[in-house]
Write a protein that binds this ligand. Structure first.
Ligand SMILES: Cc1ncc(COP(=O)(O)O)c(C=O)c1O
Length: 398
Protein backbone atom coordinates (compact mmCIF):
# COMPACT_ATOMS: atom_id res chain seq x y z
CA UNK A 1 0.00 0.00 0.00
CA UNK A 2 1.19 3.47 -0.87
CA UNK A 3 1.38 4.90 2.67
CA UNK A 4 3.22 8.03 3.78
CA UNK A 5 6.90 7.44 4.49
CA UNK A 6 6.51 8.62 8.11
CA UNK A 7 4.60 5.42 8.86
CA UNK A 8 7.68 3.39 7.90
CA UNK A 9 9.82 5.56 10.17
CA UNK A 10 8.06 4.53 13.37
CA UNK A 11 8.23 1.11 14.99
CA UNK A 12 5.19 -0.77 16.18
CA UNK A 13 5.28 -1.37 19.92
CA UNK A 14 7.49 -4.40 20.68
CA UNK A 15 5.13 -5.19 23.53
CA UNK A 16 2.19 -5.83 21.22
CA UNK A 17 3.27 -9.33 20.19
CA UNK A 18 3.68 -10.46 23.78
CA UNK A 19 0.39 -8.85 24.86
CA UNK A 20 -1.41 -10.58 21.96
CA UNK A 21 0.14 -13.91 22.91
CA UNK A 22 -0.89 -13.48 26.57
CA UNK A 23 -4.42 -12.65 25.46
CA UNK A 24 -4.62 -15.72 23.24
CA UNK A 25 -3.39 -17.94 26.10
CA UNK A 26 -6.01 -16.47 28.44
CA UNK A 27 -8.72 -17.15 25.82
CA UNK A 28 -7.52 -20.77 25.79
CA UNK A 29 -8.21 -20.92 29.54
CA UNK A 30 -4.58 -20.57 30.74
CA UNK A 31 -4.18 -18.63 34.00
CA UNK A 32 -1.73 -15.95 32.78
CA UNK A 33 -0.58 -13.45 35.41
CA UNK A 34 -0.10 -10.01 33.86
CA UNK A 35 2.74 -7.74 35.00
CA UNK A 36 2.37 -5.61 31.89
CA UNK A 37 -0.24 -3.08 33.03
CA UNK A 38 0.55 0.58 32.43
CA UNK A 39 -2.39 1.79 34.49
CA UNK A 40 -3.50 1.60 38.12
CA UNK A 41 -5.78 -1.33 38.98
CA UNK A 42 -8.04 0.92 41.11
CA UNK A 43 -11.44 2.27 40.14
CA UNK A 44 -11.71 6.00 39.41
CA UNK A 45 -12.64 7.73 42.72
CA UNK A 46 -16.37 8.12 43.40
CA UNK A 47 -16.28 11.96 43.71
CA UNK A 48 -14.71 12.15 40.24
CA UNK A 49 -17.31 9.84 38.69
CA UNK A 50 -20.03 11.88 40.38
CA UNK A 51 -18.71 15.12 38.84
CA UNK A 52 -18.94 13.50 35.39
CA UNK A 53 -22.52 12.37 36.05
CA UNK A 54 -23.48 15.90 37.07
CA UNK A 55 -21.87 17.24 33.88
CA UNK A 56 -23.97 14.88 31.77
CA UNK A 57 -27.18 15.69 33.68
CA UNK A 58 -26.52 19.40 33.28
CA UNK A 59 -26.02 19.01 29.53
CA UNK A 60 -22.30 19.84 29.61
CA UNK A 61 -21.91 17.69 26.52
CA UNK A 62 -20.99 20.12 23.74
CA UNK A 63 -17.79 21.55 22.25
CA UNK A 64 -15.72 23.56 24.69
CA UNK A 65 -12.88 26.00 23.94
CA UNK A 66 -10.30 23.99 21.97
CA UNK A 67 -7.62 24.39 24.62
CA UNK A 68 -9.95 23.34 27.46
CA UNK A 69 -12.36 25.03 29.87
CA UNK A 70 -11.18 27.91 32.05
CA UNK A 71 -12.37 26.09 35.19
CA UNK A 72 -9.97 23.21 34.48
CA UNK A 73 -7.08 25.53 33.58
CA UNK A 74 -7.60 27.28 36.92
CA UNK A 75 -7.64 23.87 38.66
CA UNK A 76 -4.33 22.98 36.95
CA UNK A 77 -2.85 26.33 38.03
CA UNK A 78 -3.90 25.57 41.64
CA UNK A 79 -2.47 22.06 41.48
CA UNK A 80 0.88 23.23 40.11
CA UNK A 81 1.10 25.84 42.85
CA UNK A 82 -0.05 23.48 45.65
CA UNK A 83 2.13 20.47 44.73
CA UNK A 84 5.06 21.88 42.79
CA UNK A 85 5.50 25.48 43.93
CA UNK A 86 4.96 26.67 40.34
CA UNK A 87 3.13 29.85 39.38
CA UNK A 88 1.33 29.91 36.04
CA UNK A 89 -1.51 31.95 34.56
CA UNK A 90 -4.45 30.05 33.04
CA UNK A 91 -3.37 31.15 29.54
CA UNK A 92 -0.06 29.35 30.12
CA UNK A 93 -1.97 26.04 30.37
CA UNK A 94 -3.51 23.80 27.70
CA UNK A 95 -5.73 20.78 28.30
CA UNK A 96 -5.30 17.89 25.87
CA UNK A 97 -6.51 14.29 25.39
CA UNK A 98 -4.00 12.72 27.77
CA UNK A 99 -0.33 13.48 28.38
CA UNK A 100 0.50 11.57 25.20
CA UNK A 101 -1.48 14.12 23.21
CA UNK A 102 0.15 17.03 25.08
CA UNK A 103 3.58 15.59 24.24
CA UNK A 104 2.74 15.16 20.56
CA UNK A 105 1.39 18.73 20.37
CA UNK A 106 4.70 19.91 21.83
CA UNK A 107 6.61 17.96 19.15
CA UNK A 108 4.42 19.51 16.44
CA UNK A 109 4.80 23.01 17.86
CA UNK A 110 8.57 22.92 18.52
CA UNK A 111 10.37 20.60 16.11
CA UNK A 112 11.22 21.05 12.46
CA UNK A 113 12.47 18.19 10.29
CA UNK A 114 16.13 17.57 11.09
CA UNK A 115 15.97 18.99 14.62
CA UNK A 116 17.47 16.76 17.31
CA UNK A 117 15.82 15.91 20.61
CA UNK A 118 17.76 14.25 23.42
CA UNK A 119 15.97 11.31 25.04
CA UNK A 120 17.61 9.77 28.12
CA UNK A 121 17.43 5.99 28.06
CA UNK A 122 15.70 3.91 29.44
CA UNK A 123 12.82 5.96 28.03
CA UNK A 124 9.07 5.79 27.78
CA UNK A 125 8.23 4.04 24.50
CA UNK A 126 6.45 6.89 22.72
CA UNK A 127 9.11 9.64 22.96
CA UNK A 128 11.36 8.49 20.07
CA UNK A 129 8.39 7.60 17.88
CA UNK A 130 6.60 10.93 18.39
CA UNK A 131 9.84 12.79 17.61
CA UNK A 132 10.26 10.75 14.41
CA UNK A 133 6.63 11.37 13.42
CA UNK A 134 7.34 15.09 13.07
CA UNK A 135 10.53 14.45 11.09
CA UNK A 136 12.90 15.27 13.96
CA UNK A 137 15.66 12.98 15.22
CA UNK A 138 15.72 11.35 18.68
CA UNK A 139 19.24 11.25 20.12
CA UNK A 140 19.24 8.49 22.71
CA UNK A 141 21.40 9.37 25.72
CA UNK A 142 22.35 6.42 27.90
CA UNK A 143 21.95 6.66 31.65
CA UNK A 144 23.68 4.05 33.80
CA UNK A 145 22.19 1.73 36.36
CA UNK A 146 25.41 2.12 38.40
CA UNK A 147 24.52 5.85 38.56
CA UNK A 148 20.93 5.02 39.49
CA UNK A 149 19.83 5.99 35.96
CA UNK A 150 20.45 9.67 36.74
CA UNK A 151 21.24 11.95 33.80
CA UNK A 152 24.95 12.72 33.50
CA UNK A 153 25.08 16.49 32.75
CA UNK A 154 28.55 16.19 31.12
CA UNK A 155 27.32 13.48 28.77
CA UNK A 156 24.33 15.71 28.02
CA UNK A 157 26.43 18.73 27.09
CA UNK A 158 28.71 16.58 24.90
CA UNK A 159 25.70 15.41 22.88
CA UNK A 160 24.34 18.86 22.09
CA UNK A 161 24.87 20.10 18.52
CA UNK A 162 23.62 23.18 16.64
CA UNK A 163 20.51 21.13 15.68
CA UNK A 164 19.60 20.13 19.25
CA UNK A 165 16.30 21.69 20.21
CA UNK A 166 15.23 19.94 23.43
CA UNK A 167 15.68 17.24 26.03
CA UNK A 168 12.85 15.16 27.46
CA UNK A 169 13.00 14.50 31.18
CA UNK A 170 10.71 11.89 32.72
CA UNK A 171 10.70 11.91 36.51
CA UNK A 172 9.57 9.65 38.12
CA UNK A 173 10.48 7.48 35.16
CA UNK A 174 8.54 4.87 33.32
CA UNK A 175 10.15 2.26 33.22
CA UNK A 176 12.82 2.69 35.96
CA UNK A 177 10.79 4.51 38.63
CA UNK A 178 13.80 6.76 39.22
CA UNK A 179 13.21 10.31 40.46
CA UNK A 180 15.71 12.86 39.08
CA UNK A 181 17.62 14.35 41.99
CA UNK A 182 17.51 18.11 42.57
CA UNK A 183 21.29 18.30 42.16
CA UNK A 184 21.14 16.64 38.74
CA UNK A 185 18.22 18.82 37.66
CA UNK A 186 20.14 21.95 38.65
CA UNK A 187 23.04 20.86 36.43
CA UNK A 188 20.72 19.89 33.56
CA UNK A 189 19.07 23.32 33.87
CA UNK A 190 22.51 24.98 33.65
CA UNK A 191 23.32 23.03 30.48
CA UNK A 192 19.91 23.79 28.93
CA UNK A 193 20.29 27.49 29.70
CA UNK A 194 23.81 27.73 28.35
CA UNK A 195 22.82 26.11 25.02
CA UNK A 196 19.27 27.51 24.93
CA UNK A 197 17.55 24.14 24.55
CA UNK A 198 13.99 23.39 25.63
CA UNK A 199 13.15 21.08 28.50
CA UNK A 200 10.09 18.91 28.17
CA UNK A 201 9.37 17.67 31.68
CA UNK A 202 7.00 14.68 31.75
CA UNK A 203 5.74 14.58 35.34
CA UNK A 204 2.90 12.07 34.87
CA UNK A 205 3.91 9.94 37.89
CA UNK A 206 4.82 12.84 40.15
CA UNK A 207 2.03 12.10 42.66
CA UNK A 208 2.96 8.41 42.85
CA UNK A 209 6.19 8.63 44.84
CA UNK A 210 7.50 6.74 47.86
CA UNK A 211 10.03 9.20 49.10
CA UNK A 212 8.11 12.24 50.24
CA UNK A 213 9.56 15.53 49.10
CA UNK A 214 12.17 14.04 46.75
CA UNK A 215 10.36 14.96 43.55
CA UNK A 216 11.25 18.38 42.19
CA UNK A 217 9.92 19.93 39.00
CA UNK A 218 12.81 21.39 37.03
CA UNK A 219 10.59 24.39 36.20
CA UNK A 220 10.59 25.31 39.91
CA UNK A 221 14.36 25.89 39.96
CA UNK A 222 14.16 29.49 38.76
CA UNK A 223 12.46 31.92 36.40
CA UNK A 224 15.05 31.46 33.64
CA UNK A 225 14.70 27.69 33.41
CA UNK A 226 10.90 27.91 33.81
CA UNK A 227 10.83 30.04 30.65
CA UNK A 228 12.56 27.21 28.74
CA UNK A 229 10.46 24.39 30.20
CA UNK A 230 7.13 22.90 29.32
CA UNK A 231 5.66 20.79 32.13
CA UNK A 232 3.47 17.85 31.09
CA UNK A 233 1.17 16.03 33.45
CA UNK A 234 -2.19 14.21 33.45
CA UNK A 235 -4.95 12.98 35.70
CA UNK A 236 -4.51 9.52 34.13
CA UNK A 237 -2.20 7.82 36.64
CA UNK A 238 -2.76 9.58 40.03
CA UNK A 239 -6.56 9.42 39.85
CA UNK A 240 -6.79 6.15 37.93
CA UNK A 241 -8.41 7.96 35.01
CA UNK A 242 -6.50 6.50 32.06
CA UNK A 243 -9.64 6.08 29.97
CA UNK A 244 -10.90 9.63 30.53
CA UNK A 245 -8.09 11.08 28.40
CA UNK A 246 -7.18 14.32 30.15
CA UNK A 247 -3.61 15.58 30.18
CA UNK A 248 -2.20 19.07 30.36
CA UNK A 249 0.85 21.17 29.62
CA UNK A 250 2.05 24.39 31.25
CA UNK A 251 4.69 26.61 29.73
CA UNK A 252 5.44 29.92 28.05
CA UNK A 253 2.34 31.60 26.62
CA UNK A 254 3.51 31.60 22.99
CA UNK A 255 4.20 27.87 23.01
CA UNK A 256 0.81 27.14 24.63
CA UNK A 257 -0.85 29.37 22.01
CA UNK A 258 0.89 27.44 19.22
CA UNK A 259 -0.26 24.13 20.72
CA UNK A 260 -3.84 25.48 20.97
CA UNK A 261 -3.72 26.45 17.30
CA UNK A 262 -2.62 22.92 16.38
CA UNK A 263 -5.29 21.42 18.65
CA UNK A 264 -7.97 23.66 17.09
CA UNK A 265 -7.29 22.11 13.67
CA UNK A 266 -6.83 18.53 14.82
CA UNK A 267 -8.75 17.16 17.81
CA UNK A 268 -10.54 20.30 19.08
CA UNK A 269 -11.31 20.11 22.78
CA UNK A 270 -10.78 17.07 25.02
CA UNK A 271 -14.09 15.50 26.13
CA UNK A 272 -16.25 18.06 27.95
CA UNK A 273 -17.46 15.56 30.58
CA UNK A 274 -13.92 14.35 31.33
CA UNK A 275 -12.79 17.95 31.79
CA UNK A 276 -15.40 18.47 34.53
CA UNK A 277 -14.32 15.21 36.18
CA UNK A 278 -10.67 16.32 36.02
CA UNK A 279 -11.52 19.56 37.88
CA UNK A 280 -12.86 17.47 40.76
CA UNK A 281 -9.85 15.14 40.60
CA UNK A 282 -7.34 18.00 40.85
CA UNK A 283 -8.98 20.23 43.45
CA UNK A 284 -11.38 17.86 45.25
CA UNK A 285 -10.59 15.46 48.09
CA UNK A 286 -7.10 13.93 47.61
CA UNK A 287 -7.54 10.96 49.99
CA UNK A 288 -7.74 8.51 47.07
CA UNK A 289 -4.20 9.30 45.87
CA UNK A 290 -2.71 8.83 49.34
CA UNK A 291 -4.45 5.45 49.79
CA UNK A 292 -3.43 4.23 46.34
CA UNK A 293 0.19 5.25 46.84
CA UNK A 294 0.26 3.53 50.27
CA UNK A 295 -0.98 0.33 48.64
CA UNK A 296 1.54 0.62 45.77
CA UNK A 297 4.32 1.14 48.33
CA UNK A 298 3.56 -2.19 50.02
CA UNK A 299 3.46 -4.02 46.71
CA UNK A 300 6.69 -2.36 45.55
CA UNK A 301 8.53 -3.35 48.73
CA UNK A 302 7.36 -6.92 48.37
CA UNK A 303 8.10 -7.19 44.64
CA UNK A 304 11.51 -5.51 44.74
CA UNK A 305 12.47 -7.52 47.86
CA UNK A 306 11.56 -10.79 46.15
CA UNK A 307 13.26 -9.88 42.85
CA UNK A 308 16.51 -9.07 44.65
CA UNK A 309 16.44 -12.49 46.36
CA UNK A 310 16.35 -14.33 43.02
CA UNK A 311 19.92 -15.38 42.15
CA UNK A 312 21.42 -13.18 39.40
CA UNK A 313 18.65 -10.55 39.40
CA UNK A 314 19.24 -7.00 40.54
CA UNK A 315 16.49 -4.42 40.96
CA UNK A 316 16.89 -0.79 42.03
CA UNK A 317 14.35 0.42 44.56
CA UNK A 318 12.07 2.71 42.52
CA UNK A 319 11.29 6.14 43.95
CA UNK A 320 8.00 6.46 42.10
CA UNK A 321 5.57 5.14 39.44
CA UNK A 322 4.38 1.50 39.69
CA UNK A 323 7.07 -0.48 37.88
CA UNK A 324 10.04 -2.63 38.88
CA UNK A 325 12.86 -2.79 36.32
CA UNK A 326 15.15 -5.67 37.24
CA UNK A 327 18.45 -6.28 35.45
CA UNK A 328 18.27 -9.73 33.86
CA UNK A 329 21.68 -9.75 32.15
CA UNK A 330 22.83 -12.74 34.24
CA UNK A 331 20.23 -14.82 32.41
CA UNK A 332 21.21 -13.77 28.89
CA UNK A 333 23.06 -16.60 27.17
CA UNK A 334 21.40 -19.25 29.37
CA UNK A 335 19.49 -22.09 27.80
CA UNK A 336 16.00 -23.50 28.07
CA UNK A 337 16.32 -26.91 26.39
CA UNK A 338 17.21 -26.20 22.76
CA UNK A 339 16.53 -22.48 23.02
CA UNK A 340 19.13 -19.88 24.06
CA UNK A 341 17.86 -16.73 25.80
CA UNK A 342 19.58 -13.99 23.80
CA UNK A 343 17.51 -10.92 24.61
CA UNK A 344 14.98 -9.39 26.99
CA UNK A 345 12.30 -10.36 24.46
CA UNK A 346 13.45 -14.01 24.51
CA UNK A 347 13.32 -13.99 28.32
CA UNK A 348 9.86 -12.38 28.29
CA UNK A 349 8.65 -15.04 25.84
CA UNK A 350 10.17 -17.77 27.99
CA UNK A 351 8.45 -16.43 31.14
CA UNK A 352 5.15 -16.27 29.29
CA UNK A 353 5.40 -19.76 27.82
CA UNK A 354 7.00 -21.50 30.78
CA UNK A 355 5.66 -19.59 33.80
CA UNK A 356 2.50 -18.06 32.32
CA UNK A 357 3.63 -14.60 33.45
CA UNK A 358 3.50 -11.61 31.10
CA UNK A 359 6.25 -9.00 31.52
CA UNK A 360 7.50 -6.27 29.15
CA UNK A 361 10.95 -6.69 27.55
CA UNK A 362 13.35 -3.87 28.39
CA UNK A 363 14.18 -3.47 24.68
CA UNK A 364 10.87 -1.59 24.38
CA UNK A 365 12.42 1.09 26.61
CA UNK A 366 15.91 1.04 25.09
CA UNK A 367 17.54 -1.48 27.45
CA UNK A 368 17.90 -5.13 26.50
CA UNK A 369 19.39 -5.89 29.93
CA UNK A 370 16.10 -5.46 31.77
CA UNK A 371 12.45 -6.44 31.94
CA UNK A 372 9.62 -4.29 33.31
CA UNK A 373 7.13 -5.63 35.82
CA UNK A 374 4.13 -3.54 36.81
CA UNK A 375 2.78 -3.92 40.32
CA UNK A 376 -0.58 -2.44 39.36
CA UNK A 377 -2.20 -5.77 40.20
CA UNK A 378 -3.28 -7.59 43.36
CA UNK A 379 -0.78 -8.64 46.04
CA UNK A 380 -2.02 -12.20 45.55
CA UNK A 381 -1.07 -12.11 41.85
CA UNK A 382 2.27 -10.48 42.66
CA UNK A 383 3.06 -13.38 45.03
CA UNK A 384 1.95 -16.06 42.59
CA UNK A 385 3.65 -14.40 39.62
CA UNK A 386 6.97 -14.07 41.44
CA UNK A 387 6.82 -17.71 42.63
CA UNK A 388 6.43 -18.72 39.00
CA UNK A 389 9.23 -16.44 37.76
CA UNK A 390 11.61 -17.72 40.45
CA UNK A 391 10.88 -21.33 39.51
CA UNK A 392 11.17 -20.72 35.73
CA UNK A 393 14.49 -18.84 36.08
CA UNK A 394 15.92 -21.63 38.27
CA UNK A 395 15.36 -24.03 35.38
CA UNK A 396 17.56 -22.11 32.93
CA UNK A 397 20.95 -23.70 32.47
CA UNK A 398 24.31 -22.18 31.59
C1 LIG B 1 5.91 8.47 31.12
C2 LIG B 1 4.56 8.55 30.50
N1 LIG B 1 4.20 9.69 29.88
C3 LIG B 1 2.99 9.82 29.30
C4 LIG B 1 2.07 8.79 29.34
C5 LIG B 1 0.74 8.99 28.67
O1 LIG B 1 -0.24 9.30 29.59
P1 LIG B 1 -1.74 9.56 29.16
O2 LIG B 1 -2.47 8.27 29.36
O3 LIG B 1 -2.22 10.66 30.04
O4 LIG B 1 -1.75 9.95 27.71
C6 LIG B 1 2.40 7.58 29.96
C7 LIG B 1 1.46 6.45 29.95
O5 LIG B 1 1.82 5.31 30.11
C8 LIG B 1 3.67 7.46 30.56
O6 LIG B 1 4.04 6.34 31.20
Amino acid sequence: MNLASRVKEISPSPTLAITAKAKKMRAEGIDVIGFGAGEPDFDTPENVKQAAKVAIDQGFTKYTAESGIDELKVAVVKKLSRDNGLTYEPDEVIISCGAKHSLFNICLALFDPGDEVIVPSPYWVSYPEQIKLVGAKPLIMETRESEEFQIDPDRLSRMITSRTKAIIINSPSNPTGVICSKEVLEKVAEVALSYGIWIISDECYEQITYDCGRFVSIASLGAEIKALTVVVNAVSKPYSMTGWRIGYAAGPKDLIKAMSKIQSQTTSNPTSISQKAAVEALVGDQTFVRKMVAEFAQRKDYMVGRLNKIPGLFCLNPGGAFYAFPNISAYLGKRAGEVTIKSSLDLSNYLLEKAFVAVVPGSAFGSDQHIRLSYACSMENIRRGLDRIEEALSQLSA
